[in-house]
Design a protein around this ligand. Structure first.
Ligand code: B12
Length: 213
């Protein structure tokens, strides 16, 4: 089935994308469904950039449109007032400044009442370990969009081992290039490259951890 929103996003048609998002919100689509259509659209933007049909300015344009989409969606994302005890650390790995996907996941987790410590982008492995230590986090979420930065995630997992923290924290990797192979190579516990799977994983880990507190 043709997804008009995905196509508008892939075409970098800002006006149409935002109009379709407004329409879908009114028609009762969930924020997660809308984000997924947009994410698939920017995947096409990425492919066109790889094929030299789009330029860096087009990647920047897709960022602007996505930010506009989130401005429309944020008021509609239900917020759970209660703050849950378990804490989560998130950041984008060293060398990588992509943060739109990470920020969406953080927004959704905070809306569900979880405490998320956002370390931002270009985070060194050492800084991740320091943050896990300081916050006693149960989950460490690492975002990566650039394939050549994946090696630094393995370093984070190795440093967790060295610090004796590996069995205290679940490591979740997310982002466009992650897959089962990346999970195995880095030593992470879980991986997700879409919002639905990411939230499913977080819920699964957090429910198990909450039961054992
Ligand atoms: C927008 C964009 C940019 C923006 C980023 C803006 C920002 N603030 O993030 C700008 C213009 C700055 C940019 C720059 C560059 N980019 Co860029 N960019 C993109 C693009 C088009 C979309 C990324 C995006 O925001 N997607 C939308 C979000 C919602 O999806 P997402 O990030 O995948 O996140 C979802 C899931 O993956 C998951 N998730 C994400 N993080 C996490 C973390 C956890 C813990 C979990 C559980 C889940 C999770 O949940 C999210 C919600 O669904 C991608 C194409 C693509 N296919 O991804 C290229 C892409 C990632 N960029 C690419 C490149 C090459 C670059 C540059 C090197 C270009 C250049 N020559 O300068 C620079 C790199 C700068 C740097 N050092 O990081 C390549 C990477 C190729 C590779 N395999 O390494 C891609 C794939 C494009 C391509 N096909 O060539 N980029």
């Amino acid at each position: 089935m043709k997804d008009e929103l995905q196509i508008a996003m892939a075409d970098l048609d800002e006006e149409r994308t935002l109009m379709l998002v407004e329409e879908r919100v009114k028609a009762g689509y969930s924020s997660v469904e809308i984000i997924e259509s947009c994410r698939r659209g920017v995947e096409v933007v990425g492919e066109k950039y790889s094929d030299s049909h789009y330029y860096l300015s087009d990647l920047i344009m897709s960022e602007e449109i996505l930010k506009g989409v989130m401005r429309i969606l944020e008021p509609y994302i239900p917020t759970n007032g209660s703050v849950k005890g378990l804490s989560i650390v998130m950041g984008t790995i060293e060398g990588d400044i992509h943060d739109l996907g990470k920020n969406i996941i953080i927004y959704l987790l905070r809306s569900s009442g979880y405490q998320v410590h956002d370390l931002g982008v270009d985070v060194t492995p050492e800084r991740f370990i320091q943050a896990v230590n300081e916050t006693k986090a149960s989950i460490l979420g690492i975002s990566v969009l650039l394939s050549f930065c994946i090696g630094s995630i393995k370093k984070v997992v190795d440093l967790l081992e060295d610090a004796g923290l590996r069995d205290k924290v679940k490591v979740v990797v997310g982002g466009y290039p992650v897959n089962q192979e990346v999970k195995e190579f880095t030593g992470a516990d879980f991986y997700a490259n879409d919002v639905t799977e990411a939230m499913r994983i977080y819920r699964e880990i957090l429910e198990i951890k909450e039961d054992s507190v």
